[in-house]
Design a protein around this ligand. Structure first.
Ligand code: URA
Length: 237
């Protein structure tokens, strides 16, 4: 059973000694340990209302121009957008989006869940909307990329511009739009698939991951908490 001082330190991003000091100032009979089933929990400690989480998962609307990293010397790191979230120091991105790809980027503190969702065997479908420089060729039955990788394309279809997600950037002269769903997340996979089909990706936005879709009203750079069941509904497991 986790100790309250450990949970407090994790949630406040402070040392266990500092958390112990805070608890020592409070004489209101706080529990020494917390049952995992009782989390999240809101406690008043030393006059402060504090939400205590055991784990946390969120969906970030990643803007273009930031890298999927905790820190980076050249570019803005996507972690800076989730710095104010609960357990921020423990949050890790589930997979990666390229510097200029926008859209749905999941973060979690649960290492086992992250590992399962990013492992090729357990790969959930990920949906993307793309703007292309020119039309693409039909998808062959057995597409093999230059490095020998065989992408698992679940769906590929043309998209009318008005159907494209508002988070998809629209470069000047954007004319060809497509929706693609792949199971897996190899390096630059969508860009490499369209290159293999004779086209070129001008802009890319991830619109779904498993059962979860990017809300149209979530501003770029904003996040919202999610549950695991929103990504993997119990019936789909
Ligand atoms: N595929 C890509 O090519 N880029 C991304 O950012 C995500 C998937």
């Amino acid at each position: 059973m986790p100790k309250l001082e450990t949970l407090l330190a994790r949630n406040l991003g402070c040392s266990r000694g500092e958390a112990r000091g805070l608890l020592a100032r409070d004489a209101s009979g706080l529990p020494h340990e917390v049952l995992p089933g009782a989390l999240p929990l809101c406690l008043t400690i030393a006059g402060r209302r504090i939400n205590i989480h055991g784990s946390f998962h969120l969906l970030l609307h990643k803007p273009a121009g930031c890298v999927t990293a905790l820190s980076d010397s050249r570019h803005l790191a996507a972690a800076s957008y989730v710095a104010g979230a609960p357990l921020a120091a423990e949050l890790r991105p589930i997979g990666r989006l390229d510097l200029d790809t926008t859209g749905l980027l999941l973060w979690t503190t649960d290492g086992a869940w992250l590992h399962r969702l990013t492992h090729p065997r357990g790969a959930l479908p990920r949906g993307y909307h793309a703007v292309l420089a020119r039309p693409y060729q039909p998808l062959p039955a057995d597409l093999v990329l230059r490095d020998g990788h065989r992408p698992r394309v679940v769906d590929l279809r043309p998209l009318a511009p008005h159907e494209a997600h508002p988070a998809l950037p629209r470069p000047e002269g954007a004319a060809v739009f497509a929706a693609i769903t792949i199971a897996g997340g190899a390096y630059h996979e969508v860009r490499r698939i369209f290159a293999a089909l004779g086209s070129h990706v001008l802009a890319l936005c991830r619109v779904s991951f498993g059962a979860l879709t990017l809300p149209t009203d979530l501003a770029a750079g904003s996040w919202r908490p999610i549950t695991k069941a929103e990504v993997e509904p119990p019936t789909a497991r």
